[in-house]
Ligand binder design. Structure first.
Ligand SMILES: CC(C)(COP(=O)(O)OP(=O)(O)OC[C@H]1O[C@@H](n2cnc3c(N)ncnc32)[C@H](O)[C@@H]1OP(=O)(O)O)[C@@H](O)C(=O)NCCC(=O)NCCS
Length: 326
């Protein structure tokens, strides 16, 4: 039986580090509040001359190198992001140019923080059908440009970065074992960037009212996040014929340590088997899971034949769970 395998991973975090103390000099907040309410200590912010595709290109080059391939071996590129370089062309198109990849299908995918897992599921369809042979799926954000720097409720939560994976379909037991995904557009108003699209085009007023930034009902999102992350974990595991005890590593979306803790308690996954990096990089939306995946592999926390569980939740609302035998 053919399965979709991860051949290599890569990630890139911009150099500039923004600590909680830095935020406390800009808005009315404190290291103590941010740490206890979210688990975040610091985050990386892109330099003025870095756009999302610059981060993606670096992460993708590392992933291709890790897979022992060249950029020209890739035949399809998907970039999951909510902070594209431009409305069009896609960030994937800009990335293709920056990586020096000749013409191939490349496109963006928008599913909020769930974008990378949605990308893996789409890639699985393309690879198993034979439409693509070697794919790059990336998740990346430059959220520092899309937050309201005066709103303490949201500005402290996010960071910038990119992660990517090279995928192919191969015979064998290793690879993606199960997938589960969903969305509920009825809850879209809970987390959105209202302006800049056709519903609310950019105007002097939208800029003045900061409508081009993150708007979020934090408490409501929190409740849905815990439920959907748990559901995604349980569904993905049961579709693979696995139980919580079989999980060697769990990579949850990193939006809030309290969401992660509530999820693992309900799903029965021990904390020592849960990968947590929110303290160092905050919430990078679609970039979160691929960055954690790359870090976990490089730290030796994922070995051959380990069972990996990943779940995510985000704007849409969207959610997904995937299990992989590494
Ligand atoms: C945003 C979030 C951290 C807020 O935590 P919370 O414990 O729910 O806090 P509340 O929103 O109830 O706010 C409590 C108080 O803290 C204040 N507060 C909010 N942000 C603050 C900050 N950065 N510093 C200090 N105080 C802050 C609020 O103003 C409020 O004050 P008030 O009681 O005087 O009105 C939390 O709801 C969360 O993580 N939600 C999910 C976010 C998320 O996952 N988003 C992305 C989805 S992928």
């Amino acid at each position: 039986m053919k399965r979709v395998r991860i051949l290599g991973t890569g990630s890139y975090l911009p150099e500039r580090v923004m600590t909680n103390a830095d935020w406390a000099r800009i808005v009315d907040t404190s290291d103590e509040w941010i740490t206890t309410r979210t688990g975040i200590k610091e985050r990386h912010f892109a330099a003025d001359n870095e756009a999302t595709s610059d981060l993606v290109a670096r992460a993708c080059l590392r992933a291709v190198d890790d897979a022992g391939l060249k950029p020209t071996d890739i035949d399809t590129l998907i970039v999951a992001t909510v902070t594209p370089d431009t409305a069009y062309p896609s960030t994937a198109n800009w990335t293709q140019k920056k990586m020096g990849i000749p013409p191939i299908p490349s496109f963006d995918l928008g599913a909020g923080c769930t974008g990378f897992l949605y990308g893996l599921i789409v890639a699985q369809g393309l690879l198993l059908s034979g439409m693509s042979q070697k794919m790059l799926v990336a998740g990346a954000e430059v959220l520092s440009r899309m937050i309201n720097w005066e709103d303490r409720n949201t500005c402290v939560l996010f960071g910038d970065g990119a992660g990517a994976a090279v995928l192919t379909a191969e015979e064998g037991e290793r690879g993606i074992l199960s997938t589960f995904w969903g969305a509920d557009g009825n809850l879209g108003d809970l987390l959105l960037q209202p302006a800049g699209g056709s519903a609310m085009p950019a105007s002097e007023e939208t800029v003045r009212r900061k409508k081009h930034t993150v708007h979020m009902a934090g408490n409501e999102i929190f409740k849905h996040a815990v439920l959907r992350m748990q559901e995604s974990a349980m569904e993905a595991l049961s579709r693979a014929g696995l139980s919580a005890e079989d999980v060697d590593l769990y990579i949850p979306h990193q939006a809030n340590t309290r969401i992660i803790e509530a999820t693992i308690k309900r799903a029965g996954i021990p904390r020592e088997k849960t990968y947590i990096n929110i303290d160092r990089i905050a919430n990078i939306s679609a970039g979160t899971i691929p960055i954690a995946l790359d870090e976990a592999r490089r730290e030796g926390r994922l070995k051959e034949n380990d069972n990996l569980l990943m779940t995510a939740f985000g704007a849409g609302l969207t959610w997904a769970g995937i299990t992989v035998r590494m």
